[in-house]
Design a protein around this ligand. Structure first.
Ligand code: NAD
Ligand code: TDX
Length: 334
């Protein structure tokens, strides 16, 4: 099977490539990645001779057409993925997430190739802390940020292409991922590497926002489950019952690294900051038989800390620039 993985040099896509090569000898992988600031080519170094890495843009229709024509399956991870960046400058989010997805859909339509679209639970907006409901496949779209609205728009393009043109496509909307190779602009690796670098972790607002954490390997196993057993045209929510508030995450990181649990700063809140995400993944579990393997967030977090501790060469060269960027917008408030 020939699989085209877009965004395969980023966090989730690279974990998908590494895990697929380790577990599925029958799969040939081509990665299409623009190698933006979010990519780290070092992640794929160990498998460089086993994949075809094409450096290019998903919005480049001619390039995409050629690569899609040579594939049996396309898995579309490539995106601008960071909410804070989308608030500073949304333009690349519209270009990559919407125009890039459009280019892929047109190529997949021309060549009748199986397509899986990677998306996020953020398309559903947010929930109150005391809301007893969780997101399901039937929840109405209500995105808050430039990032989540462009992801929502890309999902709607996929749905329209399925209905209008009979595309053989599936969509998954996953909750917040953690694990190795995640860019240190994101919450968990930022705080782990802050503590490792002697900097106090930074919590936005009151720190009570809740995210529903899932290990990246569980996400990628679910993606393969959907590619192999998902019903064409359908959407599946991926989540592992991992709701935790941000303050608890930071306190756990500090504790696991042997620091006082209150050695963090509160900083100015993210504008429009979503309060809580929560996924009900019953459909994926009952219809397709997927189960998460990482059931204990604390031990998954501990393994992730060990990975960042063991791999300073992967993140240290970027740490100063990432923190300098944050320093331009955030202010310590407590
Ligand atoms: P990431 O930012 O770590 O990686 C994105 C990758 O896409 C990078 O390698 C980058 O170079 C590449 N890319 C960006 N623009 C491109 C373009 N125009 N052409 C080709 N390649 C381009 O992101 P991630 O966290 O790995 O997220 C991957 C996907 O999963 C995204 O679609 C995201 O919306 C979705 N998702 C992420 C999470 C999460 O918690 N990180 C949760 C649910 C869904
Ligand atoms: O320094 C920080 N301090 C802080 O309190 C950072 C970077 C974040 N936060 C908060 C904001 C969120 O409540 O932590 C939470 C997680 O933040 P991010 O890592 O930026 O993730 P989020 O905005 O929830 O979006 C992530 O999950 C859904 C991914 O970045 C998206 O790509 C995915 O779709």
């Amino acid at each position: 099977m020939r699989v085209l993985v877009t965004g395969g040099a980023g966090f989730i896509g690279a974990n998908f490539v590494l895990r697929t090569l380790a577990q599925r000898p029958d799969v040939e992988i081509t990665v299409l990645d623009k190698l933006t600031y979010a990519a780290n080519p070092a992640t794929l170094e160990s498998v460089a001779d086993r994949i075809d890495l094409v450096v290019g843009d998903v919005a480049d229709a001619a390039l995409v057409d050629r690569l899609v024509a040579a594939a049996d399956v396309v898995v579309h991870f490539a995106a601008e993925s960071h909410n804070d960046n989308s608030l500073a400058d949304p333009s690349s989010f519209v270009q990559t997430n919407l125009v890039g997805t459009f280019a892929l859909l047109e190529a997949v339509r021309r060549h009748d190739v199986r397509y899986h679209h990677i998306s996020t639970d953020e398309v559903y907006g947010d929930l109150d802390l005391d809301d007893p409901t969780r997101f399901t496949e039937a929840t109405a779209y209500n995105p808050s940020s430039p990032y989540s609205s462009t992801k929502a728009g890309s999902d709607l393009l996929v749905r329209a292409w399925v209905r209008s043109f009979g595309l053989r496509a599936t969509i998954s909307n996953c909750s917040n991922n953690y694990g190795p190779y995640q860019h240190i602009e994101k919450f968990i690796p930022r705080q782990i590497t802050n503590v490792l670098a002697g900097v106090r972790p930074k919590l936005y607002g009151d720190g009570l926002n809740v995210r529903d954490w899932i290990h990246v390997d569980d996400h990628n196993d679910a993606v393969w489950t959907i590619i192999e057993r998902g019903e064409i045209g359908e959407t599946y929510l991926i989540g592992a019952d991992g709701e935790v508030n941000n303050r608890t995450v930071v306190e756990t990181i500090l504790e696991l690294l042997g620091q006082p649990a209150d050695a963090f700063d509160f900083v100015t809140d993210r504008p429009g900051h979503d309060r809580r995400y929560a996924i009900d993944s019953t459909r994926l579990r009952t219809e397709l038989g997927w189960q998460p393997q990482y059931l204990d967030f604390r031990s998954g977090l501990s393994a992730t800390i060990d990975w960042y501790r063991a791999n300073p060469d992967w993140w240290q060269p970027h740490k100063q620039a990432v923190e300098a960027n944050y320093a331009g917008t955030e202010r310590v408030i407590g």
